[in-house]
Design a protein around this ligand. Structure first.
Ligand code: GLC
Length: 742
């Protein structure tokens, strides 16, 4: 299934050659492929999927996939033709090139975490896990690497999923010649799935069918998380908790960054600063807080540190090419890196997590897992400092020339080829560890790095952003692409991590952040504090109101996650998701739909109190009340500081809870079905918010309908003994009690 590419139309094959060509020296590489390839097709959820596979040698097996968990029955067929005239070749022993056409009207979405607008077309996108805190237009490799490209043209959409953990660069019409190119740096094989044509929701549905979906998050993880690098001691953590409760700012989680540890040793707690950790966690738990500590992969090189010794004795760590222990600088100084590809290491790590669960912590935050190596000078070829894949490489360095060696299914492999699996396999170990400790509790794991399928194990956040309006604005299209790449549970540090947040930015970021599926305020050491009360009473008042709105929306948010579990749909959706034939909607990426019913249009610039909002067809109601706005066009809308920048579709019912201080109160809260419009309908989902019971059908789902003022609740599924609570219907400012009976 290889194609000869004629010289006249030959593409520029590589970044390095691209530079050389402008000096008139470009030479097209030969196709050296003499391995084995196959092409098969299947139907998944009614959508056609073609699977192309290749290995470089005729007698090698196709590798097992880390990302794909559910394969359909494939049928071989020689007559299958690939969309977009896709061609491929092996150009060097450890380099593959793919070429495809990008029709003029086609938009490009997905590819996980990209510092880009929603449409990725015109840019180069490197997928090689990289910790680079300088997020700006020059960055084309970030923490997450998800090789799903969505090609959308009106109602007709395709997905191209290159299933390989190896580093890759996607060039999407960079030369405005209508060509897409992928350079894949792998000594092994790959599989490419071409999904479609189908609608955008169907493409994401099929992709998440292949790579899996997130489980329902525990309800507490949908509340507000307060974090900072770092709350340095017991007293400062208690103080945060006291402030939250005494100021009546709803909050579920307090996050512990690296300073809880003893000298940054993982699986330890500093005795000086946290003399009674158990009591701290237990007191916070009594106050309805969950605690989520950070857990980094780097294990300090210290002969008196049992974890380090266990790792050495049992061969759990990554090696150098000459078989020695790999050591480099991470927070704790010289450290080793567990080899999470090795199943034994993962098991060990899972068991070690008992250290945290025995203290009563509720979830785990996995950071630095690209992995990051802080010492730039000692990192040799292929892993130079923070930028592991240099833009100049044309081929993967040989394994014995790589800085780290890992163990993949009993075979040694240079780290670079499987680098994108590091964070993923760490999260796998973490998730499995948490499940093993509490088999019926939905785990909460948060990660910085991941690859296709990471949603099965972990939520993600966008890493070290800065307190700039520009970066807040970028979080919208970034999270939209992350969601289209299968990861629904995602957010960005509200308020910004690096640099100082001013009050205008902080309030505006909360206005947006209450709609991030993962909602956490986090900031770096040395920056201006940005806890809700840290700036001024008026800022605090705005932030309290906004967080309260998040908690009120929890029933709706849980319904959206339930939809994700069933269909793969993200919570944050580009307008084109629901309005594929609307030409204007396709261009919008500074607004988004939160589920199908809420349009969010945040203020994204300093000092502004108005913005242009594009409303798709229909009527839209400001979520907190006011005259409806006629859609199908853009309107200039006033959004004063502290307002909720959201509009509800006419005809929707949004289930809302009463204000609570944490989700521990959720089951006692009255639920109000807010109907927007005379005739409205909606869905209400309820379960216990913590167990896997929903997988066995222990949940309730209601279809709600209001006509004039008659309310009907139709039982779609009912197998959960819901707590006794009051229900209300709210319509046109009037609230009345209703019964939830089928
Ligand atoms: C990394 C993380 C950041 C964290 C810091 C210290 O920069 O991205 O969130 O606060 O490390 O652990």
């Amino acid at each position: 299934m290889t194609t000869t590419i004629d010289n006249e139309t030959a593409p520029i094959w590589s970044h390095a050659n691209e530079k050389a060509r402008s000096a008139g020296q470009w030479v097209r590489p030969q196709n050296i492929f003499s391995g084995r390839s196959s092409i098969e097709s299947a139907t998944i959820d009614g959508v056609k999927v073609i699977r192309l596979s290749a290995v470089p040698m005729a007698d090698t097996e196709f590798r097992r996939s880390y990302s794909v968990v559910d394969e359909p029955v494939w049928r071989g067929n020689d007559t299958i033709s690939l969309p977009f005239e896709l061609e491929w070749q092996q150009s060097l022993p450890a380099r593959w090139d793919f070429l495809f056409k990008l029709p003029e009207s086609t938009k490009c979405f997905g590819l996980g975490e990209r510092y880009s607008g929603l449409d990725l077309r015109g840019g180069r996108h490197t997928l090689c896990a990289t910790d680079d805190p300088d997020h700006d237009e020059s960055i084309d490799a970030m923490y997450q690497s998800i090789p799903l490209l969505i090609l959308a043209s009106g109602e007709e959409t395709y997905g191209l999923f290159l299933d390989s953990p190896a580093p890759q660069r996607w060039h999407l019409d960079c030369n405005l010649d209508g060509q897409g190119r992928i350079e894949l740096f792998s000594r092994h094989g790959w599989r490419l799935y071409a999904i479609g044509p189908a609608s955008l929701p169907s493409i994401v549905r099929v992709f998440t069918n292949l790579t899996g979906r997130a489980n329902l998050p525990p309800r507490w993880a949908l509340g507000y998380h307060q974090s900072r690098w770092s709350y340095p001691d017991d007293e400062s953590v208690r103080q945060i908790a006291r402030e939250m409760r005494s100021r009546k700012i709803p909050c579920d989680t307090i996050v512990l960054d690296i300073d809880y540890m003893d000298g940054y040793r993982i699986f330890t707690v500093s005795r000086e600063r946290f003399p009674n950790f158990r009591e701290l966690i237990s007191d916070l738990t009594k106050e309805d807080f969950k605690v989520v500590p950070i857990v980094d992969p780097g294990i300090k090189n210290d002969p008196n540190y049992p974890i380090f010794l266990e790792g050495i004795q049992n061969n759990y760590f990554c090696k150098t090419a000459d078989g020695k222990l790999f050591l480099d600088t991470i927070w704790g100084g010289t450290s080793a890196l567990p080899d999470f590809l090795n199943e034994k290491t993962r098991k060990w790590w899972s068991e070690k997590l008992g250290f945290y669960t025995n203290y009563g912590v509720a979830g785990i935050w996995n950071d630095m897992n690209e992995p990051t190596i802080l010492d730039m000078d000692t990192a040799a070829s292929g892993l130079k400092g923070k930028k592991p894949l240099s833009g100049e490489i044309d081929e993967l360095p040989p394994d014995d020339n790589q800085t780290l060696i890992q163990q993949l299914d009993n075979e040694k492999i240079g780290h670079l080829e499987v680098r994108n699996l590091y964070g993923y396999s760490m999260c796998q170990a973490t998730y499995e560890g948490l499940i093993a400790k509490n088999p019926d509790k939905r785990p909460f794991v948060l990660t910085r790095s991941g690859c296709a399928g990471i949603q099965r194990y972990s939520a993600i956040w966008l890493g070290d952003n800065k307190s700039f309006f520009e970066q807040m604005a970028k979080s919208v299209p970034m999270l939209l692409n992350v969601g289209l790449s299968g990861v629904a549970f995602a957010g960005a540090d509200v308020g910004g991590f690096g640099k100082d947040a001013d009050s205008d930015l902080l309030v505006r970021w909360f206005e947006l952040g209450i709609f991030y599926p993962f909602f956490r305020n986090h900031s770096s050491m040395g920056t201006r504090p940005q806890e809700p009360w840290a700036h001024s009473p008026i800022v605090e008042q705005h932030i309290r109101n906004l967080i309260e709105m998040r908690y009120r929306l929890l029933p709706y948010i849980q319904g959206l996650f339930w939809e994700h579990v069933r269909t793969g749909a993200p919570l944050m959706r580009p307008l084109v998701w629901h309005y594929p034939s609307d030409q204007f909607a396709a261009q919008v990426d500074d607004q988004f739909l939160f589920g199908s019913e809420i349009l969010v249009a945040p203020i994204l610039q300093r000092g502004k109190t108005q913005r242009l909002v594009y409303f798709p067809r229909g009527l839209w109601h400001p979520i907190t009340g006011g005259s409806p706005i006629v859609g199908g066009k853009a309107h200039m809308v006033e959004l004063k500081l502290g307002s909720v920048p959201a509009f509800v579709r006419d005809g929707a019912i949004i289930p809302m809870a009463a204000i609570m201080q944490s989700t521990a109160e959720y089951d006692r809260m009255p639920i109000t079905f807010s109907a927007y419009g005379d005739t409205a309908s909606g869905v209400y989902f309820e379960d216990d918010g913590e167990s896997f019971g929903y997988r066995e059908g222990i949940f309730n789902e209601w279809f709600l309908r209001v006509e004039r003022d008659s309310f009907k609740a139709q039982e779609v599924h009912r197998n959960y003994q819901a707590p006794k609570r009051e229900y209300y219907l709210q319509q046109q400012g009037v609230s009345k009690p209703v019964q939830l009976v089928g």
